[in-house]
Ligand binder design. Structure first.
Ligand code: ZN
Length: 397
């Protein structure tokens, strides 16, 4: 009974494995296991045999139990085929060929690796990081061939495989990452799309990137392209930020720090500000008329963005564009140029308002992944880690 419990604790599913002895040596549990004789099928001629040829002791790493490492000493049997004289080791589920840790420990370590860093996962499972990495790299995470109705194309700074940016293709409606591409080149995205079954793709959501648009048009013909709301609105905030930084430079150190800390306060919609915050904003704006002008422009665009619908968005956008073009602020004039180039796609985002949640969900996943995968230089490893993380997370929920 007790032995059975230990077998279970070690995650061993082979029924003919038995505990021979347990001891503790310098803080490590040593579990000696042996196997019962079992009919074997010869891997060479498929004949059946029970004839023992010899034994071999194999040392295998087990899981951590009560904060102690477990070392398994397995007495493995070698059989002799009476038909063809071939000798072979018995096959066991608990340990893969040539591996030095149990199958269940591998699974545990790989699951940890999906949620945290490789180093932490290796430590929790009681193996070296290098061993875990070897295990991890050996696994193949399959590419999804059929693309869904709505995909998004986005970039993220993964710094892997010698490229600063990688591309992520996501299923917008199911909030799922579909694939990670090694860079954001037109060629790469195009080839990827062409390698998939894209028959169902109708809508592509993307940031305002020329190369994404080019790749999509070349590979998919003429799908509906929607500019991602977060991405285009971000440009407005950045334009305001540019003015803030510029104004900030001429301030005294204390005022500079105060201004720097108020970045998010200036980004907020005015109606969301408390009385106290409103006062702070007024003080900040009093520093320079340019900052005030930039703030007003931001608010105007923010209002258009939040209050427009399919029928009013176009007219409202034109008003915002004219206001930016008439302004003397370079950063906003740049935004207006970009918005003009992407006008159709921006307006589509009002026709198909994929609730922010969809995109936000994907964006958040990417953020988490960036944190988790920080410092992974090998592209395939980065890709596999991202997709593996998603797979494990879906099982755990
Ligand atoms: Zn044989």
């Amino acid at each position: 009974m007790q032995n059975h419990f230990i077998i279970e604790l070690l995650g061993i599913k082979d029924r003919h494995v038995d505990v021979w002895s347990i001891s503790e040596q310098s803080g490590i549990f040593i579990v000696e296991l042996d196997t019962k004789v079992k009919r074997q099928r010869c891997p060479s001629c498929k004949g059946i045999t029970k004839r023992i040829h010899g034994y071999r002791n194999q040392i295998i790493q087990g899981p951590i139990v009560s904060n102690k490492r477990v070392q398994i000493h397995l007495r493995k049997r070698r059989y002799l085929c009476t038909d063809c004289q071939h000798t072979f080791f018995e096959r066991l589920q608990m340990v893969d060929h040539y591996q030095r840790c149990t199958t269940s420990l591998q699974t545990t370590a790989l699951t940890y690796a999906a949620m945290g860093s490789f180093t932490t996962a290796a430590r929790l499972a009681g193996m070296t990081t290098n061993r875990l990495l070897r295990l991890f790299d050996k696994r193949d995470i399959k590419k999804r061939i059929v693309l869904p109705r709505t995909i998004s194309i986005d970039e993220f700074k993964g710094d892997a495989g010698g490229e600063r940016f990688q591309t992520v293709i996501a299923d917008v409606e199911n909030r799922e990452i579909v694939e990670i591409l090694p860079n954001r080149k037109v060629e790469t995205i195009m080839k990827y799309l062409q390698s998939c079954d894209t028959g169902a793709v109708e809508i592509v959501v993307m940031d305002l990137s020329k190369s994404f648009k080019q790749a999509v048009k070349k590979a998919l013909g003429d799908p509906l392209i929607i500019a991602d709301r977060f991405h285009y609105m971000r440009q407005v905030y950045w334009a305001l930020d540019e003015v803030r930084r510029e104004v900030q430079r001429d301030l005294s150190k204390t005022d500079r720090i105060r201004m720097k800390r108020s970045k998010k306060l200036l980004w907020k919609s005015p109606y969301k500000l408390s009385e106290d915050d409103k006062k702070k904003v007024r003080e900040l704006l009093a520093v320079h008329p340019r900052l005030e002008a930039a703030y007003e422009l931001k608010n105007e665009i923010d209002k258009w963005f939040k209050e427009s619908d399919e029928t009013t968005a176009k007219e409202g956008l034109e008003v915002c564009l004219k206001a930016m073009e008439a302004s003397s602020i370079e950063s906003f004039r740049e935004v207006s140029k970009t918005f003009r180039r992407w006008k159709t796609e921006i307006l589509q985002s009002f026709v198909y308002p994929f609730s922010n949640g969809y995109i936000e969900g994907v964006n958040n996943t990417i953020k988490v992944l960036k944190r988790n995968s920080y410092g992974i230089k090998d592209f395939n490893r980065l890709r596999n880690k991202i997709l593996w993380h998603q797979e494990v997370k879906q099982i755990m929920i």
